[in-house]
Ligand binder design. Structure first.
Ligand SMILES: C[S@@+](CC[C@H](N)C(=O)[O-])C[C@H]1O[C@@H](n2cnc3c(N)ncnc32)[C@H](O)[C@@H]1O
Length: 445
């Protein structure tokens, strides 16, 4: 159905485009085009001219780490963050006339202790491998999506301080899609520490375009990156279960329409086939209702022939393939949200779509919104991601190494195992390192 408000002429021909073509050809969101949902979301977030990450997004970073022993409790800590946040937001609104987006991550709020906990996990695992004589190669870290570069600096500072011998031989590589953030990371690395780190490479490209094989053992770090990886949408035929892929059509007046065709996109088809092969019986989409409901539905007049939409993580699947193909001996340290409030309603594995306007967060009920102005981010089904990751990255044993299957743990469990908990404890005993971000999980391998 067409949106009721559109004044567009549906007879104007529509050209099928990808996010890559939009990046090359357009400086404003294009009209009279048709895109797969993941291309539309990818373009909305990452287009170099108008994408959300290119022009809007800023990651909140307090000037220095907080002294947690000075806070009465977690509420006191939150109040202080709120004040800093407001100050930073009002400065931005004064300086520029557009409402900038500002978000915070555990790396920033709990710095440097969050980065230290990641460094400690890496060092423990590196030493265990080295001591069991699996290899004696220098430590190599790849991080994707470094934001302000805070995690990189904190991890490097920790290793230089605690493990100078490992530090002297190690390299740290940061793969960053945003040119603006890559420049910031470069400045951070040179100026934040008392002595700059000289063992850093910052590579300004998307991990999904990676094409260099890294045969060395390495750690691959991804903190809060895959939640912004674009998804596709499928709906299933109620009778046959056949999936249909979604397209977004943009009309000449800028209005959007979603429509469905049989699956022909190779990535969607590979994802659905791989997912079906992971378990016996195969994965069943929650969008597909029970046989009883289908029978009742058949009696209803004008019942839709397709199920409700399901968002499928096609780019996270592509990312697993990049890891398996180009980083065969990596160990993964990935963290992200596994549940989120206020997701788009009536859909399976739906994203949060939101923008901040004059200091207020505005959530939306659809992803069909003006490209570049909205953050679109997804919860990750970690159990499914783990199965997918193991089937792609851990299917063949690597000679001389014991790269085992991955495991999932919560932020709380990871912090208990690796963090300096006395450094983030407030006076009441509450500890934001353990208690905040309880909707985050880790996938470790
Ligand atoms: C929410 S921020 C998280 C930043 C940082 N990891 C932290 O925890 O503070 C997401 C980061 O991932 C980057 N990013 C998103 N997609 C990417 C991709 N395909 N390849 C490389 N970097 C990507 C963004 O530009 C941004 O730096």
């Amino acid at each position: 159905m067409r949106m009721p408000v559109t004044t567009a002429d549906p007879h104007i021909p529509s050209e099928r485009v990808s996010a890559f073509e939009c990046a090359r050809r357009f400086t404003k969101p294009p009209r009279n085009v048709t895109m797969l949902t993941r291309e539309f979301i990818n373009d909305s977030l990452y287009n170099p001219a108008y994408g959300y990450f290119s022009k809007q997004a800023l990651i909140f970073s307090p000037r220095k780490g907080f002294d947690f022993s000075a806070f009465r409790d977690s509420a006191d800590f939150l109040k202080t963050i709120g004040r800093h946040y407001q100050e930073m937001e009002s400065e931005l609104d004064d300086v520029r006339n557009i409402p900038r987006q500002l978000w915070h991550t555990p790396t920033e709020l709990l710095k440097p202790w969050y980065g230290y906990s990641v460094a400690r996990h890496i060092i423990n695992q590196y030493k265990a491998e080295r001591d069991s004589r699996q290899h004696n190669e220098p430590l190599v870290v790849y991080e994707m999506g470094g934001g302000n570069g805070t995690l990189m600096v904190n991890v490097l500072d920790y290793i230089r301080e605690q493990e100078p011998e490992i530090y002297n031989r190690m390299t740290y590589n940061l793969i960053e899609i945003s040119t603006k953030l890559a420049k910031k990371q470069l400045r951070r690395q040179a100026h934040q520490s008392s002595v700059p780190h000289s063992n850093v490479n910052i590579i300004n490209k998307s991990i999904l375009d990676w094409s260099l094989r890294v045969d060395d053992p390495c750690f691959f770090v991804a903190m809060e990156v895959i939640d912004n990886f674009a998804h596709d949408v499928v709906r299933y035929d109620f009778e046959t279960g056949e999936p249909y892929q979604a397209f977004v059509r943009v009309y000449d007046d800028g209005e959007f329409e979603e429509f469905y065709e049989s699956v022909s996109d190779p990535l969607i088809s590979d994802y659905l086939n791989t997912r079906a092969s992971l378990t016996n019986p195969p994965y069943r989409s929650p969008a597909l209702s029970s046989a009883l409901y289908r029978r009742i539905r058949r009696q209803l007049p004008l019942a839709p022939n397709l199920t409700k939409p399901e968002f499928i993580p096609t780019q996270a699947f592509q990312f697993c393939r990049v890891l398996g193909k180009y980083f065969p001996r990596h160990r993964l340290v990935l963290s992200d949200f596994y549940k989120l409030p206020e997701t788009v309603p009536n859909a399976v594995d739906a994203p949060v779509v939101q923008t901040r306007f004059s200091g207020v967060m505005v959530p939306c009920e659809t992803y069909l919104v003006q490209p570049g102005w909205f953050d679109i981010f997804f919860p990750t089904n970690f159990e499914l991601l783990k199965q997918m990751y193991d089937s792609i990255c851990r299917k063949k044993p690597i000679p001389g190494s014991d790269l085992s299957l991955s495991r999932i743990c919560t932020q709380h469990e990871f912090a208990k195992a690796n963090a300096y908990l006395d450094k983030t404890r407030t006076r009441s005993g509450e500890n934001p390192m353990l208690d905040f971000y309880e909707n985050n999980k880790f996938l470790l391998s």
